[in-house]
Write a protein that binds this ligand. Structure first.
Ligand code: BG6
Length: 491
């Protein structure tokens, strides 16, 4: 029997202990499992947030239980924040791991799940995590149906969810043949970042900011996520995907929705999704002429990349939200690989005062408008910049700032990594930070012109901020990154 509990009623599950779980991890020996999911599950367990569970890994590799445990321990040592996994910690976690090669077929998987459930006793819940490329997701869903592992289950789907509107619709329809919508958790790990959720707290828990959060006070917004990393083993995936599908249609638009949405009526999935989806409905189609696609020099020489590849490793674009709050306020988005610095910032530029009584050489306006800047790093930060008087005679103005860093709260160690937070939410049945089929389909719809007639790809030097055309795109404004002044460090 399918679980039809009300997905919007998370109140009973949020704080109550989670039921025992069998977690089936597809793509268990892949990059995401190694970097994030296995270390994350270990951290949840150490934090006392993992219920009694068994974790069954499966992938195209032919591992046995012991080899998988070794793989998971090494991954955790390499990628968990603690960097050392003691024998005592591992003795608690390691024995919970099992492995079933995918080639053994649905019956073998079913057998392993049934054995794990017998060990746990009762009727544990099932969580299927599909850490597989988009073109492999359908086969996994089929396997789950054939293995009769749909009852009592929830399924986490990785992005990109489809590659365009038609494929997203098809994937949704295919999924719904096996799973009810409330069983499906489409993950976007940017929404699991502590700092992204803090946007909601910042905007809606305070009386100070919301009144100025609109076109009357805000000149433009930047959502900027440059990365220094290159593609390494992910080239195969990336050739099919590119920066727009990998980062923009997923993460950057989701962050934009948190920034731009109206106050939801409640902190619950239906209300939040509705407000996010309204933002997506109000967005204008992405115009190819408002998009700069880039490819770093040398990308075409990487093994696995076509000599004439048109895949973008960089993208910058202007998005527009055509509603009363945001009409006329451009949102500039940028992300790319092999760039000068890695950062994840949202920067809000406020209008400048209409008149100035300060003399032209006082410094007023010389460092751009006042900015509110969110740094979405795990050690998140926030800054409000403004002009203030330089001490001493006369009236010289300097750009000053009020800054806040999460570590100043002394609670830095309580931060859950984004995937940890979201896995925990999925086990609780809480959809609040997951994306909806409606929202995703709308984002693909907005992308149609760009996908059908992409703007030409321009090259950029590795270690730069992208092709020169980014400056024309944002003119008369300027990109905040690289910052004129660094963050203050109080350490
Ligand atoms: C992933 C993308 O979803 O997000 C990667 O596939 C990207 O290409 C990564 O590097 C960035 O995430 P984070 O959390 O490291 O900023």
């Amino acid at each position: 029997m399918t679980d039809h509990s009300d997905p919007n009623d998370v109140s009973s599950t949020l704080m109550s202990p989670l039921k025992p779980h069998v977690i089936v991890l597809f793509g268990a020996s892949g990059d995401l499992a190694r970097r994030k999911l296995l270390p994350g599950l270990l951290h949840l367990s150490q934090a006392g947030l993992l219920p009694d569970c068994r974790i069954i890994g499966t992938s195209l590799d032919n591992l046995d239980d012991e080899q998988f445990r070794n793989f998971a321990r090494k991954a955790s040592e390499e990628f968990s924040s603690a960097h050392h996994v003691s024998d005592r910690v591992w003795e608690q976690f390691g024995p919970r791991l099992r492995f079933v090669p995918q080639d053994d077929g649905p019956a073998a998987l079913k057998l392993a799940v049934t054995a794990a459930e017998r060990e746990l006793g009762g009727e544990p819940r099932r969580l299927h995590y599909l850490s597989v490329p988009p073109n492999a997701a359908r086969a996994v869903v089929k396997t789950l149906g054939e293995a009769d592992l749909v009852d009592r289950s929830r399924i986490i789907m990785e992005k990109p969810f489809g590659t365009d509107l038609a494929s997203a619709r098809k994937l949704n329809a295919y999924l719904h043949e096996t799973f009810a919508e409330e069983q499906i958790f489409r993950i976007d790990h940017f929404l699991g970042k502590e700092a992204a959720q803090n946007i909601l707290a910042f905007r809606f828990a305070n009386g100070l900011f919301e009144p100025i959060w609109n076109r009357n006070h805000i000149q433009h917004v930047q959502i900027d996520v440059p990365e220094v990393l290159s593609l390494e083993q992910r080239v195969g995936f990336y050739e099919q995907t590119g920066a727009y599908r990998d980062m923009v249609v997923t993460h950057l638009f989701q962050v934009l929705a948190f920034m731009a949405m109206e106050p939801p009526t409640a902190l619950e999935p239906r209300a939040i999704s509705e407000e996010k989806n309204k933002v997506f409905r109000s967005m204008r189609m992405i115009e190819p002429s408002h998009v700069v696609r880039g490819q770093y020099l040398g990308y075409r020489d990487e093994p696995g990349v076509a000599a004439d590849s048109d895949t973008e490793t960089f993208i910058a674009l202007k998005a527009e939200i055509d509603n009363w709050r945001w009409a006329g306020v451009p949102f500039f988005l940028r992300t790319g690989k092999r760039m000068a610095e890695g950062a994840r910032i949202i920067s809000i530029a406020f209008h400048e005062p209409p008149k100035s009584m300060f003399p032209p050489n006082s410094g007023v306006g010389q460092h751009g408008p006042d900015h509110l800047t969110f740094d979405l790093a795990d050690a998140s930060k926030l800054s409000l910049s403004f002009y203030g008087k330089r001490p001493g005679p006369g009236m010289k103005l300097d750009k000053l700032s009020l800054q806040f860093a999460l570590h100043e709260t002394g609670r830095q160690t309580d931060v859950l990594e984004a995937y940890e937070r979201l896995i925990h939410d999925a086990m609780s049945g809480d959809h609040t930070l997951f994306t909806t089929s409606e929202g995703i389909e709308r984002l693909w719809e907005l992308s149609t012109s760009l996908i059908d007639s992409p703007s030409p790809v321009r090259s950029y030097a590795p270690g730069s901020w992208g092709p020169n055309a980014i400056h024309q795109l944002i003119a008369p404004h300027a990109w905040r990154l690289p910052f004129e002044r660094g963050w203050r460090s109080k350490e």
